[in-house]
Ligand binder design. Structure first.
Ligand code: GCU
Length: 619
């Protein structure tokens, strides 16, 4: 049928021509703070909402411009006591101070998703927030692009099983008010995620949504996490799913149009066999192709987990994420077919998938409740900002000579006494001087950084340590340039290579810096011979016997196999101390020590051995 062929060819050609004329791919810019940003692989499974967001779209581009620590408005006091610069001035407006300004990149038809408030409670005021939001929206519209305002996600704090704490004061409501006043489409994430958390419950919210990951689960973690602010991969993607569902069903047609740019979605059904064996298991959900799916199950006390099985009834192979260490977790990249997995426990069987694998055609939405219905309890969190308060640990494993940074503005000197190593680094007396070091971290987690410094001047010298974020250090006078003291700060370190940069923040520059060190063993300077051997941490943790950690939790028992008295501290998930005991080696019954059922953090110090683990007391 040559004629029909010809017609078909012409039609195909025409559609190519037409589509290349009308088709200009839109870009969706995701603007927000550390709950939005991309987190370096070394932090796995920590993830921002914007990080995998691109997978949901196959006909639009997503650019994640989440920036940790940022307020939208700025104008308040920053950590150094100076004036905080907000996201609008730093990353957004034309000629923004950080360069790569979003306003200069926008094309007509692009979208800008704006989600702030978490850091504004500290570094801004509602007035700055309002005026900078207005400027941002005006700039977006001036380019013919489309703003969308989202309220911030909540912290994982359950005031009760049906009430999620409002940690961000008036900012969720202010976002809604601004959306109304400026006539900008609104997505109420504060409300949506609160509903989601209530629906899944506190344990699931911690174990599958927020980053309460443990080093027993992931090989890159050096310490267990209990992060109420930031998400883990599964949670970031669950919140991405909520955002896209809200977009698909939005009353604003321009936002709703984004639904047309979304990729096919495939269902992953999750079963447990025999039913009731698990304390909690990943809930069934849909994913776009390419997104990493994480399945996890937490056995009930006494239940033996046999493994994850796929829809053909076969036990799965290795996880796609090499960091996964726990047999309870399985990760894989979503393919192009809906499927099913079973967490099989003793006595159970893998259920075979009986569906047709087809992509979904309907998407659930839950209409956000009106914020007017919600009572906001004004609340100032203890530290205010998105940072986590982790105590300083002055047990520094090893100091690294700071005299020769990999790059810096200043000089390597030795004209004052008392330094260790080859000398010290004298940063130029200006607020732009710095010293930068390429380091390798054996594991991710909170770690104390100690900086040995001299400040012979009369006033405090403040400076920043930058490791993916700014951390603030204060160096009070030491009396002379020959006298050295140590300043400490807790950092959130990634596993693997990272740059640590000391930056002056005043015109006097930073103090002279002699050396720095960490409370983790095995942190090393790239290029040092010793940098290849970063196994100290595991050595410490396994000193109890052949392949057996000196301290571990098994069932309800805390097992202390090391020598000498151990200090055991147990905290609840709000960080309140529940019990503190000095015990000898042997076994401590955690069930009777903690009281009520729930999740607890157990911290043990026994000689050199430190242990930080989670214990779940089940009813
Ligand atoms: C003096 C001192 C330097 C120091 C400098 C400063 O010049 O010799 O070591 O760095 O003061 O104020 O920072």
């Amino acid at each position: 049928m040559p004629l029909l062929n010809k017609i078909c060819q012409t039609a195909v050609l025409a559609s190519i021509v037409v589509s290349s004329i009308v088709w200009a791919e839109v870009t969706i810019y995701m603007c927000g703070d550390s709950t939005m940003q991309d987190w370096n692989e070394g932090y796995y499974p920590k993830q921002g909402q914007g990080q995998d967001f691109h997978f949901w779209f196959d006909k639009a581009k997503v650019v994640n411009r989440g920036q940790g620590g940022m307020s939208l408005g700025g104008g308040g006091k920053d950590k150094n006591g100076g004036i905080a610069v907000g996201y609008y001035d730093m990353f957004f407006k034309k000629g923004c101070s950080n360069g790569n300004c979003i306003a200069e990149k926008l094309q007509p038809g692009d979208y800008v998703v704006i989600q702030f408030g978490i850091n504004d409670i500290n570094y801004s005021t509602e007035d700055f927030y309002k005026s900078n939001m207005k400027k941002m929206v005006d700039d977006v519209r001036a380019k013919g692009a489309n703003p969308i305002i989202m309220s911030p996600i909540r912290r994982c704090i359950f005031d009760s099983p049906t009430q999620i704490h409002n940690s961000y004061r008036g900012y969720p409501a202010l976002n809604q008010q601004l959306a109304k006043d400026l006539n900008v489409p609104f997505i109420d994430m504060s409300e949506m995620v609160a509903n989601y958390m209530i629906s899944v419950g506190e344990k699931y919210a911690q174990q599958f949504v927020y980053n309460f990951s443990t080093k027993a689960e992931y090989s890159n973690l050096g310490a267990d996490q209990s992060d109420q602010v930031h998400l883990q991969m599964n949670g970031a993607n669950a919140y991405g799913r909520i955002i896209t569902e809200q977009m698909r069903a939005h009353s604003d047609t321009v936002v709703k149009k984004l639904g047309e740019y979304m990729a096919p979605m495939y269902q992953v059904d999750v079963k447990v066999s025999p039913e009731g064996s698990a304390e909690a298991t990943s809930i069934s959900a849909y994913y776009p192709q390419g997104m990493t799916v994480l399945l996890k199950t937490i056995p009930k006390n006494g239940k033996k987990f046999l493994g994850w099985y796929d829809g053909n009834g076969n036990k799965v192979g290795a996880s796609s994420r090499s960091e996964v260490k726990s047999a309870y977790i399985y990760t894989f990249k979503m393919g192009k077919a809906s499927t099913q997995y079973t967490a099989v426990y003793e006595g159970g069987t893998a259920e075979k998938y009986t569906g047709d694998g087809a992509a979904l055609t309907a998407f659930p939405t839950t209409t956000p409740k009106n914020l007017d219905d919600v009572t906001f309890v004004p609340y100032t969190p203890p530290e205010g900002s998105e940072e986590i308060s982790v105590p300083v640990d002055k047990d520094i494993k090893r100091f690294i000579d700071a005299s020769n940074p990999d790059s810096g503005v200043g000089n390597t000197e030795n004209n004052w006494t008392g330094f260790i190593g080859k000398g010290f680094y004298n940063m130029e007396n200006s607020n732009t001087s710095f010293a930068s070091y390429k380091l390798k971290f054996p594991a991710a987690g909170y770690v104390t950084l100690a900086v040995r410094y001299a400040n012979g001047g009369n006033a405090d010298r403040t400076f920043n340590a930058y490791l993916d974020h700014d951390y603030y250090l204060k160096a009070p006078p030491t009396g002379s340039w020959d006298t050295w003291d140590t300043a400490y700060v807790v950092l959130d370190a990634p596993q693997g290579e990272a740059e640590l940069k000391f930056m002056s923040t005043t015109s006097d520059g930073a103090p002279n810096i002699d050396a720095f060190g960490f409370s983790f063993a095995g942190v090393c300077r790239m290029g040092d011979e010793s940098c290849e051997d970063s196994s100290d941490i595991t050595k410490i943790a396994t000193r109890g016997g052949v392949g057996q950690p000196a301290v571990r939790i098994r069932g309800n028992d805390l097992i202390l196999a090391g020598n000498g008295p151990a200090q055991v501290s147990i905290f609840d998930m709000q960080g309140r101390i529940v019990a503190r005991k000095i015990v000898g080696s042997g076994t401590l019954d955690l069930a009777s020590t903690v009281g009520a059922a729930g999740l607890y953090r157990v911290v043990v110090k026994q000689g050199n051995v430190k242990f930080n683990g989670m214990y779940a007391k089940v009813k």
